[in-house]
Design a protein. Sequence first.
Length: 114
Amino acid sequence: QVQLVESGGGLVQAGGSLRLSCAASGSIFIGFMGWYRQTPGEQRELVAVISRGGITNYADSVWGRFTISRVNGKNTVYLQMNSLKPEDTAVYYCQMKSGSYDYWGQGTQVTVSS
């Protein structure tokens, strides 16, 4: 059973930075990795995604402020978040794709105060 364990969320002032991490247990081949976020009453939205080869894509709202990266040998994905805004407040989830399976982290709260 593959599990994803997230860390790095917390409370930060606007303009600050946080780095999220997500590591998968077990030895599996992972394709795409991504980060999503969700606020109460809203649908989960894609924040950033990275292919196994390192090609990235970002939501317009975080372009230029967030950076996704990965270490394939460790099955780990990171999200560096800079210049945080109050509207970035959400629960952040990592996702990893292995074949036809999607795996999700437990979610980590990010709160940005104004």
